[in-house]
Design a binder for this molecule. Structure first.
Ligand code: GLU
Ligand code: ZN
Length: 316
């Protein structure tokens, strides 16, 4: 793999210690699955005497629900999951994402794409490639120019095109997940050149998360396994942008009775944090899912005491 070299500017030094985060998208209140990610990342940060930051990923504005941001904060606080430092909102960070995009453009890594999902599906079909249901289509490179150029800056504003990153050949990304061990993904054959800015002007999760994790000096990313397949893309972007690679730990997913991931789409019910007793019940369910054993049963325990015991029991 050929990696473009660039230097990162003004980044806080991750060497100053552990910095973890919880980064919910405010598409609804927390459910049992998102509480597992919140608790797992909080415990890992506390066990490592690190910081735990809260970032609201309200980037995909049409899917965000305004009340959810407040609900999530209230739910976390009811569960004693307090965060350090101010909250970052992705909706307020357009300039940072654009400037990362400009840097990638300067490195001649970007090209404009006018394909609709249907065009991509048709192209793949004509190549005899079938995409299994629930899987993303591997972009076949239809719009990729023979020679990559730095695009004029005005080109970003004129709408109706997405901006994709041009991957080098044999872009095999490997990393060791702290829970799952060695992982690898061939970005060329499993993903294809991926979108960093959509045709409606929204920056994608892949770009925003990488820019924010770097600028917040995040050293440890602890999150649900549903995000595992995004990690290789994020590592590739970190390398091209000259950012440090954080450690990754992907937590077991909570599935519903049909074996599907809990999500707003499957109408997962929100956790019940009405009072301390209910919050503790939710925390205990999440801890069980994380495999924590021998924790106080919660009858005569405060949330603070229970969280301390859980922090001691956390293995990673
Ligand atoms: N905002 C993403 C989600 O709620 C999580 C991002 C991440 O942890 O990297 O699914
Ligand atoms: Zn295209």
């Amino acid at each position: 793999m050929i990696l473009a070299v660039s230097t990162s500017k003004n980044l806080p030094s991750p060497a100053s210690g552990y910095r973890g985060r919880f980064a919910p998208s405010p598409t609804g209140p927390l459910h049992a699955g998102s509480l597992v990610a919140a608790l797992g990342s909080w415990l890992d940060a506390r066990k490592n005497r690190g910081k735990w930051l809260l970032r609201i990923e309200d980037l995909d504005t049409p899917r965000c629900i305004p009340e959810a941001t407040q609900q999530i904060q209230a739910q976390l606080l009811s569960c004693g999951l307090t965060w350090d430092e101010g909250i970052i909102y992705q909706s307020q960070r357009q300039e940072a994402y654009q400037s990362a995009l400009d840097r990638l453009n300067d490195l001649k890594c970007l090209y404009a794409c006018t394909c609709s999902r249907q065009t991509i599906a048709n192209t793949l079909a004509s190549l005899g490639i079938e995409t299994p249901r629930n899987q993303e289509m591997v972009y076949p490179g239809t719009c990729r120019p023979a020679e990559l150029i730095g695009n004029p800056i005005q080109a970003f504003g004129d709408g109706n095109k997405a901006w994709r990153i041009a991957l080098p050949k044999n872009c095999l990304i490997q990393f060791r997940d702290l829970a799952l061990g060695m992982q690898s993904q061939n970005l060329n054959t499993e993903v294809g050149d991926f979108v960093l800015r959509r045709s409606d002007g929204l920056f994608t999760y892949q770009l925003a998360v990488v820019v924010d994790d770097a600028e917040q000096g995040i050293t440890h990313i602890v999150r649900g396994q549903d995000l595992l397949s995004n990690t290789a893309r994020q590592i590739y972007l970190q390398e091209v942008l000259g950012y440090q690679r954080p450690e990754y730990l992907h937590l077991p997913l909570v599935l519903d009775e049909h074996g599907e991931k809990l999500s707003k789409q499957t109408l997962a019910t929100q956790i019940n944090t009405r009072d301390e007793r209910h919050s503790l019940l939710e925390l205990r369910k999440a801890a069980k899912h994380l495999g924590l054993q021998d924790l106080p049963d919660g009858v005569n325990t405060t949330i603070a005491e229970w969280l301390l015991a859980a922090t001691h029991a956390w293995k990673n």
